[in-house]
Ligand binder design. Structure first.
Ligand code: PMV
Length: 310
């Protein structure tokens, strides 16, 4: 094959960010905003959207090409409907969709292999990660990561001493509104900040395991379709993440401002800025409140479709 097309969704983390790095349970939902890729062989030089590829600017794509082992130049076209660097999984969707195309060109696409390689790429480019973003973007729907293997198992991912069992998670129909604070907060430094706290403080380790237990209860509430409980656990998860040191006054402001119009709200992803999410029946009202407070709202629904290959 000399040409392939793919697309992959972004995600939001419902429960368990940061704690998942230590093997605790976490759940993420794929969302209805995607990145589309189109890759073709038979060109002179590797270009992305018309410009010669630069490893500094495109580390995920360059790493993906190296790992798949394609030597010929490639014409790469990408179109993203996800804000980048905002905690909605744009780097995972980019990596997963790129790998989808590259493995298709080689004739060997496998979702498990793509999820595993995409995690390795994120881990190496960001200097540490869990497989939650990349597995959610690959599988779609919702994904639960746990230490032990359970029902609806998809794949196992290992890194050094750590291992994560990745499962499909059933979820009810949900309306989510993201509020982007616009405050740039890269994931790597926040993961390292939590690591320092975790290494020196039993208190931090207790918070991490409390987040894991809460995420387990969150999964049960999702399976029962009990949005009230899901929302209240989201509020609790927000407080625990703030105690862990990854909150921000702007995140608290947005979470508090929407609280009377939603089941629950929390920061989502690495924190320190970035995004918050609200689970609500009144997405327009919540989006309006976020806008009034200078946040950028995105009204989202869960997407059942993960990576698609053509
Ligand atoms: O920055 P995001 O939205 O990709 O989320 C990072 C989530 C962490 O748990 C903090 C790190 C990880 O890779 O799991």
């Amino acid at each position: 094959m000399s040409m392939s097309k793919s697309s992959a969704p972004g995600k939001v983390i419902l429960f368990g960010e940061h704690a998942v790095v230590y093997g605790e349970t976490a759940v993420a939902v794929a969302v209805d905003r995607r990145i589309h890729m189109d890759i073709e062989k038979r060109v002179e030089v590797t270009r992305i959207n018309g410009l010669e590829i630069d490893p500094e600017k495109q580390p995920y794509i360059v790493d993906a090409i190296e790992r798949v082992g394609i030597k010929e130049p490639l014409e790469i076209k990408s179109k993203s409907y996800l804000p980048s660097g905002a905690g909605m999984g744009s780097s995972a969707a980019l990596t997963v969709s790129t790998l989808g195309c590259l493995y298709s060109l080689e004739g060997t696409p496998s979702y498990e292999k793509i999820a595993r390689t995409a995690f390795e790429i994120e881990h190496s480019v960001q200097g540490g990660a869990s497989p939650i973003d990349t597995s959610t973007s690959t599988h779609g729907s919702a994904v639960k990561l746990t230490r032990k293997k359970g029902s609806n198992h998809l794949w196992k991912i290992k890194k050094d001493e750590k291992r994560w069992h990745v499962h499909h998670q059933d979820i009810p129909k949900m309306k989510l509104v993201v509020g982007d604070t616009g405050i740039h907060a890269p994931t790597g430094p926040l993961v390292r900040k939590v690591r320092r706290f975790y290494d020196k403080s039993g208190f931090a380790r207790d918070i991490i395991s409390e987040i894991g237990e809460l995420a387990e209860r969150g999964c049960e509430a999702l399976e029962e379709g009990d949005l009230e409980s899901v929302g209240s656990l989201m509020n609790d998860n927000h407080r625990l993440l703030t105690i862990l040191g990854v909150g921000h006054p702007k995140l608290d402001e947005l979470v508090n401002a929407v609280s009377s119009h939603c089941y629950g709200a929390k920061l989502s992803g690495a924190g320190g800025g970035g995004i918050m999410i609200a689970l609500t029946d009144k997405p327009r009202k919540v989006a309006e409140i976020i806008k009034e407070r200078d946040g950028t709202p995105y009204m989202l629904e869960a997407s059942t479709t993960g990576l698609t290959l053509e």
